[in-house]
Design a protein around this ligand. Structure first.
Ligand code: SAJ
Length: 433
């Protein structure tokens, strides 16, 4: 069996989203003929016009370039795209259904691939999944084609590891891990990825290990953030600024505590622990630390509500009827990405409490919220800072007190407590009361 994974080969990427589109563009730029497929007709049309719906640095320019050169095109017809290709890469989401990640997009993509699959093709899964998914879930669907994984076609798992806001750069430089159904499958996939990343590529023994490695990376981050959040809650009781404690502790060469804050959002960190928690349960084991970390992190937006209530309480007022400006809709700083954003919960709860809520975000425009300019947002009773956007660090405090602002509840350590207090505004920061 042999497939063309050197430049000049044909690649079909199933799922032209935040990761799928930049991957398609990079492969096209590396010399492959790439067909990006998506179920969303609008996305397909925009790609074919040379436009990118992913506004990550460098991506729109690269998409424009490779579409113009004819190396990247898009379609909604996955089966015909697979038939034309030597390599199929599945990069579809695995969103949460309650506390259960949903693999139905992978199942659907795999059904299509199996109908376009030919002897000698290489299939790679990049989506984040339960350990064992490639071997026990994906392979059987692909084998409906009558071809056998590892014998008639190559099959490997290699997770994407790029950080939103730095997607393209990280895809070009990050280390990758690959697990193949056979060693040969992994080697084929390595050849492909070595054309787009300068990072180290590690082959592990089988896809299950690669699947677990991806989960472990994000679980490490979730648990570490939960540690920071728990320390923040404890420091609030002690009356000590947690940020000072963590920053000095982190001067120790082997200590790397993350940053506490108003919540953990995004499409990965809040979800990925459940792949381990649920799988562990299935195996009769309780992943207690991961479960606790999730509880702590999931409760942080409600902790913001508690601080807002306490702040107004200290001022002899209540939240009802007050104008509260939520600064930041994106799940993290300097991005327009709102997937899993903790701000949504905060806004809902503030409305329940009777606050007049306005929302500001320099990167996000969403009709369902009453969005105002930063200038207007600053004219309110309370600022609730949810996202660490650079713009917020430039806010002029003297203007704020002139505007009649009474309270700042800072979920991202944007303001200096002393300066806020000196300007006559009550300050409550997560981990810094
Ligand atoms: N956050 C904190 N404190 C921190 C770091 C983050 O409260 O110290 C919050 C952020 O504000 C945000 C959330 O956590 O709401 C998640 O942000 P993030 O920057 O930690 O994670 P993502 O989802 O943007 O990207 C992660 C990355 N994983 C790791 O760094 C281990 C990225 O490399 C992965 O590719 C991505 O998940 C993914 O797709 O899995």
């Amino acid at each position: 069996m042999g497939t063309q994974v050197g430049a000049g080969g044909k690649v079909c990427v199933i799922g032209a989203g935040y990761i799928g589109l930049p991957t398609s563009a990079l492969l096209a730029d590396a010399g492959y003929d790439v067909i990006a497929t998506d179920t969303n007709q609008k996305i397909v049309e925009s790609i074919n016009r040379g436009e990118s719906h992913v506004s990550e640095p460098g991506v729109p320019e690269l998409v424009k370039k490779v579409v113009a050169s004819g190396k990247l095109k898009a379609t909604t017809n996955v089966i015909s795209a697979c038939k034309e290709s030597d390599v199929m890469i599945i990069i579809v989401p695995t969103p949460m259904k309650g506390k259960e990640p949903d693999l139905s997009f992978i199942a659907k993509a795999a059904e299509f691939v199996s109908q376009g699959l030919e002897r000698g093709n290489l299939v790679i899964l990049e989506s984040t999944v339960y350990p064992g998914t490639t071997e026990n879930f994906l392979a059987p669907i692909l084998e409906k084609s009558g071809l056998k994984a590892g014998k008639d076609f190559y099959l490997a798992y290699s997770p994407e590891r790029a950080m939103p806001t730095r997607t393209l750069h990280e895809m070009r430089t990050n280390a990758r891990v690959i697990g193949g159904i056979t060693k040969e499958c992994a080697e084929k996939a390595k050849k492909l990825y070595s054309r787009i990343t300068s990072g180290e590529i590690t082959i592990v023994d089988g896809p299950t290990k690669a699947e677990l490695i991806k989960l472990v990376e994000n679980v490490y981050r979730d648990v570490n953030i939960a540690l920071a959040n728990e320390l923040a809650l404890f420091c609030e009781k002690l009356g000590i600024n947690v940020h000072e404690i963590i920053s000095v502790a982190n001067k120790h060469p082997r200590v790397h505590i993350h940053v506490p804050g108003s919540g953990v959002g995004g499409h990965c960190i809040p979800k990925d622990p459940y792949f381990i928690i649920n799988k562990a349960r299935e195996l009769g084991f309780s992943a207690r630390l991961l479960e606790s970390a999730r509880t702590i992190n999931e409760e942080m937006p409600e902790h913001m509500i508690k601080l807002i209530k306490e702040g107004f309480g200290e001022l002899g007022q209540s939240v009802a009827g007050k104008r509260v400006s939520v600064l930041g809709l994106a799940y993290k700083g300097d991005t327009d990405d709102t997937r899993g954003t903790p701000s949504e919960y905060l806004i809902k709860r503030l409305k329940e409490l009777g606050a007049k809520v306005v929302v500001e975000d320099p990167y996000v425009k969403q009709k369902e919220f009453r969005q105002v300019s930063l200038q207007e947002a600053l004219r309110s009773d309370c600022l609730a800072i949810m996202t660490n956007h650079s713009e917020y660090h430039k806010i002029n405090l003297s203007e704020l007190s002139k505007n009649g602002l009474k309270l700042i509840v800072d979920g991202r350590n944007v303001f200096n407590k002393e300066e806020v207090t000196n300007s006559g505004i009550l300050y409550k920061g997560v981990g810094n009361l």
